[in-house]
Design a protein around this ligand. Structure first.
Ligand code: CAA
Length: 271
């Protein structure tokens, strides 16, 4: 998602520094960004000038320090594991300017807990984007217990700058979106386990019967099975039994079938 966030920010006129410790991941981010911008130009959603400006405004950097030392906004999009988020925020706290807004693109983890490892938790806020980031309009702004009013205001301004529509939610597991999203996804997986219908037909039912743009199993492939498993495990611990991850999801993740990004999940995808 980091690539999508970087793309949107660059297309909207921000100067972006993009960091990832893995070079193949950075290569994938840049090629995905090019393909997405091309698609937007071909659909006349953006001009060729905006595409070129966006590509020229993303600077790939080799260290966290280089990414954040001059930043006014830092947006973290690392895997959904609290220890990884906290260790990155500790580093960013040391290296970013004191006035920078620190945002986490977490889907469900506690912003209050992430913020508790930085010196000034008032400047930490949840900035939850949606896949595919260049297309989806929503930005969920999550207010932690110690997030200041100024930080929430700055996050709302940022949403405007990124041409997203923001909602503000309290820091509660699963926020306003992931909780409902994974509930439908997990129920679809249990229905598949119980042989209610094929994956294709469960998806078709929600696409044609409820006008969801994409059925819940295909959507899980798009988001990443590992991402959805991490969210479910967290909500199972925090909220209760209704979020117990289905066995089929655990099995597919163990087999490395993580969805579109690995070429297979509930469906097969061309890489
Ligand atoms: N970059 C640029 N444009 C893209 C794109 C991308 N990555 N992906 C799709 N598009 C554009 C296409 O150009 C197309 O534009 P037009 O409407 O002008 O034709 C439009 O999006 C539709 O694309 P497609 O025809 O290829 O496919 P589609 O009609 O099935 O739409 C979709 C694809 C936009 C993904 C749509 O199926 C959809 O909205 N699905 C649901 C997505 C969703 O629920 N996302 C939230 C997931 S949860 C999450 O992300 C949060 C989390 O924390 C994990």
């Amino acid at each position: 998602m980091g690539a999508g966030i970087a793309q949107v920010a660059a297309a909207q006129g921000y100067e972006v520094s993009l960091y990832d410790p893995s070079q193949p991941q950075l290569d994938r981010a840049l090629s995905g960004m090019r393909a997405s911008l091309e698609k937007l130009v071909s659909k006349a959603k953006i001009t060729a000038e905006i595409r070129d400006r966006a590509l020229g405004s993303v600077r790939v950097v080799r260290t966290v320090g280089a990414a954040v030392e001059q930043a006014t906004v830092v947006i973290e999009a690392v895997p959904e594991r609290m220890e990884i988020k906290r260790s990155l925020f500790e580093e960013v706290d040391r290296l970013a300017p004191a006035g920078a807004l620190l945002g986490s693109n977490t889907s469900s983890l506690s912003i209050t807990e992430i913020a508790s490892c930085v010196r000034d938790p008032a400047r930490v806020v949840g900035l939850h984007f949606f896949n595919p980031v260049p297309v989806m309009e929503l930005l969920e702004v999550v207010r932690g217990v110690r997030t200041s009013e100024e930080t929430v205001d700055a996050a709302m301004e940022l949403a405007k700058g990124l041409a997203k529509t923001a909602i503000v939610v309290r820091d509660f597991p699963g926020f306003a979106t992931s909780r409902l999203g994974v509930a439908i996804g997990a129920e679809a997986m249990r229905m598949l386990e119980q042989g209610v219908a094929s994956a294709e037909d469960i998806d078709r039912a929600m696409e044609l019967g409820y006008r969801h743009p994409m059925g819940p199993l295909k959507l899980t492939d798009l988001v990443g099975l590992d991402v959805r498993l991490a969210i479910l495990e967290h909500l199972h611990r925090e909220i209760g039994e209704q979020f117990r991850p289905p066995a089929i999801l655990r099995q597919l993740v163990r087999a490395g079938k993580l969805g579109k990004k690995t070429g297979e999940g509930f469906y097969r995808w061309d890489l």
